[in-house]
Design a protein around this ligand. Structure first.
Ligand SMILES: Cc1cc2nc3c(=O)[nH]c(=O)nc-3n(C[C@H](O)[C@H](O)[C@H](O)COP(=O)(O)OP(=O)(O)OC[C@H]3O[C@@H](n4cnc5c(N)ncnc54)[C@H](O)[C@@H]3O)c2cc1C
Length: 471
């Protein structure tokens, strides 16, 4: 395995369970890839960026179970939204059957008007009645689909409905702006998370720094005689007559194996292959068409408690989410009262911040927090850090699915995993684990030991089930 992100880890654990002896080579000093944590010089454990999962992420949940990390994820049923003036609105499920389970809280949601709600309800109903496959998504030929914004405009959404509802959910779920999102991805988010089941929307947040979730992986590999090696970068694959014969490590040594899995990001893979192989195989040369989108994380430490909720979603702000890390990590009441409070802010599709300085970004976020968390006005900012990930995820642009390869590559003995391979899911932890399981299945099938790891989606419930069957 080359790469110890979620794709490599999930594949490694699955193959070890099938009896394979797996050696995993990771370039960095820690596991987790983009979903990792590290220790700051002051001793604070910070995530590369806050990561959340949803109830509909069935494969990530399965992976956490396999590595005994499932109890480290806490699920929340109430999503709290805050307007710039500090007013709050809550969305939560009621006893009504899906897709009506959110209807009551949506009807009373104070931060949208009647016309916004009517438009949103009609569009959501169109998604639900079509079982998540509205017929009006196709535009022309050429494999390129409609943008989410174009679909919403076709469905006559009000500007406020777009800004305060669709954009808020989709920009953070898909890390892209509405006019650059393939409508199929956007609609899938609403069908899987909010319409088809009661549990799909529940927000799962780790209680511990991300790195602690992967401890069980080492044990799983070791039980079959395998191992994890950190600071073990690979320089390239050695390919002879269309077959991998080994990998050259950065220290110059060569490793050989029966199967090789490349679980590195899509922009790294071509650098590890001979140029002539990349040019002659569209599977590899087409990867340059997958674009990247940025996420900015802002870590703020205050000298006192400024927030009581575990997390908040901000409306009409550059800052999209605020996570109360002190509370989420379960600080004791005494610690929380006496000590600093650590908040993590997340801004997805943060193109507008790419040229802004760290100080400017912190000043902008603090200004926005003053409205929604008035206690920040009097609090002292003890420390602040900004982490800009310019290649956080691949952009789910219309037609991007065309460039995502299957897990079995055209080179013998070489398999691929990564959130960017063909999974049907956007660039997420769930997508990465799906790719890892699919790669393990492909390797096992090649070895004549077929086995299934991929978990099914949650089964639609209530009326949603009926409509899904009808379509
Ligand atoms: C800021 C940010 C916030 C995010 N928030 C969320 C979220 O809230 N929810 C969610 O579901 N997803 C989120 N994501 C997306 C999620 O992190 C990724 O989709 C997922 O982690 C990708 O996993 P992966 O294994 O495919 O790739 P990666 O995590 O990128 O793993 C690839 C690994 O390969 C290693 N590698 C690279 N080159 C070499 C080499 N030559 N030799 C050896 N090893 C090498 C890398 O060091 C890395 O560990 C976020 C991503 C970012 C960046």
């Amino acid at each position: 395995m080359i790469g110890g992100g979620l794709a490599g880890l999930s594949s490694a654990v699955a193959l070890a369970e099938a009896g394979f002896r797996v050696r995993l080579l990771e370039k960095r000093p820690h596991l987790g890839g983009r979903a990792a944590s590290y220790v700051l010089p002051g001793g604070e454990h910070v995530d590369n960026c806050q990561h959340v999962t949803l109830g509909c992420c069935t494969n990530l949940a399965d992976f956490y179970r396999r590595v005994s990390a499932e109890n480290q994820i806490r699920f929340f049923d109430r999503l709290v939204f805050a307007a710039p003036d500090g007013r709050r609105g809550t969305i939560a499920a009621s006893a009504l059957p899906p897709p009506l389970h959110m209807a009551a809280s949506f009807a009373f949601f104070p931060l949208l008007g009647l016309a916004d709600k009517r438009a949103i309800a009609q569009a959501l109903l169109a998604i639900a009645r079509s079982g998540g496959n509205p017929a009006d998504l196709e535009v022309g030929g050429g494999g390129s689909g409609m943008t989410m914004l174009a679909w919403l405009e076709k469905r006559r959404q009000t500007p406020r409905a777009i800004r305060r509802f669709w954009e808020v959910i989709l920009v953070s779920a898909l890390d892209e702006q509405l006019d650059r999102i393939d409508a199929r991805y956007g609609i899938d988010v609403f069908w899987k998370a909010f319409l088809s089941t009661r549990r799909g929307y529940r927000l799962g947040i780790p209680r511990v720094p991300l790195g602690e979730l992967y401890e069980g992986c080492r044990t799983a590999l070791a039980e079959q005689g395998g191992e994890v090696q950190l600071r073990a970068g690979v320089r390239g694959f050695l390919i002879v007559d269309g077959r991998v014969e080994g990998v050259e490590r950065e220290d110059g040594s060569v490793e050989t194996a029966n199967y090789y899995l490349a679980a590195v990001p899509q922009d790294i893979l071509p650098e590890l292959l001979p140029a002539e192989v990349v040019e002659s195989e569209p599977v590899f040369s087409n990867l340059r068409h997958l674009c990247a989108s940025p996420i900015t994380g802002v870590h703020l430490w205050f000298d006192r408690t400024v927030m009581t909720e575990p997390f908040l979603t901000l409306l009409d702000s550059t800052t999209q989410w605020v996570f109360n890390k002190t509370k989420l990590y379960g600080a004791s009441a005494e610690q929380a009262e006496n000590g600093d409070q650590y908040l993590q802010l997340v801004i997805s599709a943060s193109y507008s911040l790419s040229t802004r300085s760290r100080q400017e970004i912190i000043a902008l976020c603090l200004e926005e927090l003053r409205g929604v968390l008035p206690a920040t006005r009097k609090a002292k900012l003890v420390k602040g850090t900004v982490v800009k990930e310019m290649s956080a995820t691949f952009s789910p642009m219309p037609g991007s699915d065309r460039w995502r390869p299957a897990q079995k590559s055209p080179i013998a003995a070489l398999f691929l995993a990564g959130d960017w391979t063909s999974t049907g899911w956007p660039s997420t932890m769930e997508g990465a684990v799906r790719s890892g399981y699919l790669a393990a299945e492909a390797i096992l099938s090649d070895a004549g030991m077929p086995r299934k790891f991929l978990q099914p989606d949650l089964r639609p419930e209530g009326l949603a089930r009926l409509w899904a069957h009808e379509t």
